[in-house]
Design a binder for this molecule. Structure first.
Ligand SMILES: C[S@@+](CC[C@H](N)C(=O)[O-])C[C@H]1O[C@@H](n2cnc3c(N)ncnc32)[C@H](O)[C@@H]1O
Length: 345
């Protein structure tokens, strides 16, 4: 099993590099993970008043320290249920709204994310054949906050079509049953479902107690972690469930673009247009207002890189370094970023 995990890291180190150059500033065309891993701000409104009788969701840490919910400040115990309300409300329109809000660019980011991770066991050896043992196993991938299954679909497609790996399995995990229901619909009757290569787990990323330690080759989280109450706890759980040599990979928005002029323009678009599109298309302005505010509250790339390191992962980026030198990859002028970490062997 350990050799399989090491292979995962090697996949990252030699992953395919065929990405459109505009997609990222320091894209994986020009580097390997192994070598690189080395506003316009609106004032926060007053704290909101959530019904304190609402119980926290299972698996959440029982502390009442204040935390942010978009620009509001609320007790930590309430955040998971507030986030749950948002995603229950947006679940059925989530994929359509993603296309409208990002002008389709989220698809390119996700394609790039998956391509750089190169999931699946690749043919090895001079004849391009896998060893018998790895051929039997495939990889175990855990897609956390997997929602409607957008990343899982790409992982399975890539493993199957690029690496000719018919065994790799993805567990789509999410705290929200409505989002998982959309994922179930996507895979219903598919070859992947029929072959038992995809399953679903309703769980809080901060407590993955049903997943054994050292059992996962690749842990992915796309546009999910900024919603977690205790990101540090989720990172520790990621570390626990990954095999030694296993890979943590995160695709997430960043709070600020490095170019302040472009940052201002981008903020005007996101704060002006996205809640409006949410109102018109999904009849839900507040949820989309939260989604843009939550981006502002997410740590910058350097700070998040340090959090990944703190959880125990190897991230070879340097303190003070930016982009590739800092250990992450900016996408589309830094609107989003890819972070990776490897669990030491
Ligand atoms: C913006 S969606 C991303 C969905 C999908 N990964 C994608 O890229 O399209 C965020 C997801 O995070 C989930 N989520 C929020 N808090 C969570 C938590 N504590 N544990 C697990 N999932 C969580 C939400 O239910 C939602 O499905």
């Amino acid at each position: 099993m350990a050799s399989l995990s090491l292979r995962t890291s090697r996949h990252l180190a030699t992953s395919t590099r065929t990405t459109a150059p505009w997609i990222c500033q320091s894209c994986c065309q020009s580097r390997t993970f192994a070598s690189s891993v080395s506003r316009n701000q609106q004032p926060p409104p007053p704290p909101s008043h959530q019904d304190p009788t609402q119980p926290p969701l299972p698996g959440t840490r029982q502390d009442d320290a204040p935390t942010h919910f978009g620009f509001s400040t609320i007790p930590s115990t309430l955040k998971a249920s507030r986030v749950a309300n948002v995603f229950s409300s947006v679940a059925s329109s989530y994929d359509t709204m993603n296309d409208l809000m990002s002008l389709g660019i989220h698809r390119l980011w996700k394609d790039h994310f998956v391509r750089c991770l190169n999931p699946g066991i690749r043919p090895t050896g001079p004849a391009g054949l896998r060893s018998e043992s790895t051929k039997e196993e495939g990889q175990r991938i855990l897609d956390i906050a997997g929602g409607t299954g957008d990343i899982a679909q790409r992982m399975l497609d890539h493993a199957t079509t690029v690496n000719k790996d018919m065994k790799t399995h993805v567990t789509i995990s999410d705290i929200n049953p409505e989002m998982l229901a959309e994922g179930r619909k996507r895979f219903a009757g598919s070859d992947y479902q029929l072959a038992g290569r995809v399953d679903f787990l309703e769980a809080n990323a901060e407590n993955l107690s049903t997943i054994p330690s050292n059992s996962i080759d690749l842990y992915t989280v796309a546009f999910g972690i900024r919603n977690f109450t205790h990101k540090d706890q989720a990172l520790r759980e990621a570390f626990r469930v990954l095999k030694p040599g296993g890979v943590f990979a995160c695709l997430e928005f960043t709070p600020h673009l490095s170019n302040s002029v472009l940052d201002g323009l981008y903020k005007r678009w996101s704060f002006g247009a996205i809640p409006l599109i949410g109102q018109v298309v999904a009849g839900d302005r507040d949820s989309y207002q939260y989604l843009v505010e939550s981006i502002e509250r997410f740590p910058g790339q350097g700070e998040f890189r340090d959090m990944i390191k703190e959880a125990g992962f190897l991230v070879p980026g340097q303190e003070g370094g930016e982009g590739e030198k800092g250990g992450w990859e900016d996408l589309s002028l830094g609107i989003a970023a890819v972070h990776k970490g490897v669990k030491p062997v």
